[in-house]
Design a protein around this ligand. Sequence first.
Ligand SMILES: [Zn+2]
Length: 385
Amino acid sequence: MQNFRFQTVPLIINETGALARLGEFIQQEFPACRRLFIVSDAGLVSSGILQAGLDNLDQLGLQYQLYAGVVPDPPEAVVLLAAQQAREFGSDLVIGMGGGSAMDVAKLIAVLCGNDQALSSMYGINQIRGKRLPLVQIPTTAGTGSEVTNISIVTTGETTKMGVVAPQLFADLAILDASLTTGLPVATTAATGIDAMVHAIEAYTTRHKKNPVSDMLARQALKLLFNHIDRACSHGRDLAARQAMLLGAMMAGQAFANAPCAAVHALAYPIGGRFHVPHGLSNSLVLPTVLRFNLPAASEQYAELAEILAPDATGSAEARANAMINALADLALRTGIPTRLRQVGIRETDLEQLASDAMQQTRLLGNNPREVSWQDAYEIYAAVL
Ligand SMILES: [Zn+2]
């Protein structure tokens, strides 16, 4: 048996309607905490879907401050501003409520309020020295899995993104409540759901740290996501389908927090960074072509996943792997989201820059089952154009 480490969030509550009991959960799990700092974005706050949670905090006399200033691809300045407000409020617990951006910002606020280390010295792997405030994460999309990962992505320059990866970023509690996701548009449901499937696939085929626990989670995540994504898209108010998507995205998050992502994400990040394409869609765009590129190195593993994604496929491992990739390509087409780079405003003259940017993602590329050169990256982008 191989040696490995597996780490995740100690408490996960999977319960439709749980947000309305937020205050109860806080009192049970963090009885000393009285001043909660809630990190979210303006769209969610004005939508009113957070209200059930806020009402419960009011009923139980828990003080809170709501920060609604998170934006997609959050810049460093937003993190620092929010952390300053959290400090001034005297926060003793941080709650992230939203998609990946809100949860990523919440992680860093909990750390910045918990010790005096500068954010600029936290980028990279295991660079956080001190402790953090108690941290609760409540996702409102079924995609990033950020509620159970130890990663926070911050935009540090015009287009550059930096990652903080540290065990302190694992939350204390994650709450999965499908009632928060029923209003998501079809395109967001599809793209975030496919992103979660990418997390599972890349964890399953990652070159380092793949282990029996991450494999089990990746397979179960794929099963939940693939079997419910069509229903969640066509019947957005179906709570059972939505809860299954949240659970699948969370399990995929647990898998890739321990068996990290690879070339699909490496090629997706420049698309998001340069063209402000949402993270899920960026991944979905390059997914089938990167998997086809990986075939010479990963066809056995993809054939194993074909049992879930293309159960009727027969023949050689290569044939079953191809059926699995085709099933993913069909899924994107079926949901109607863009499948070509041109559809999101990318031109042929942009591809060299994208390939160069992708080469900077060495942390991710090193995990890919097949080595990716600049020329390979360029050709993958060109094939998706
Ligand atoms: Zn992702």
